[in-house]
Ligand binder design. Structure first.
Ligand code: MG
Length: 115
């Protein structure tokens, strides 16, 4: 069983045990993700970039970041389950497509652009 499959089953059981499926429509789960991304962003909000990079690798900020990242991931996994999306397969397809789009030889050390 993959890590994502384990999380999917745990979230499904957690939700069912509490009779919360009724609240887990796609729109509500998406808003929950956005809210958790906001909580994650708040941890970095006023820190200078260099300081944020350093502080996020040590406690207490590292632990708080891990908690909020987990919230984002769990809601994302739950949304994928509700929509019947194989998140691992979809993510693998995306990274493979990115590998083809951005040849390592051609873009090494160059930031990707929208152009
Ligand atoms: Mg949170």
């Amino acid at each position: 069983m993959s890590d994502l499959e384990d999380l999917r089953l745990r979230m499904r059981a957690f939700t069912a045990e509490r009779d919360w499926e009724q609240f887990h429509d796609p729109k509500s789960l998406l808003l929950a993700i956005v809210g958790e991304v906001g909580e994650l962003s708040e941890l970095f909000q006023w820190l200078p970039s260099a300081e944020a990079q350093r502080l996020a690798t040590v406690d207490p900020l590292k632990s708080r970041v891990a908690e909020e990242m987990s919230d984002v991931l769990l809601y994302l996994v739950r949304l994928a389950d509700v929509l019947g999306i194989d998140l691992h397969a979809a993510a693998v397809a995306k990274i493979e497509a990115a590998g083809e789009r951005f040849s390592a030889v051609e873009v090494k050390g160059i930031a990707p652009t929208k152009a």
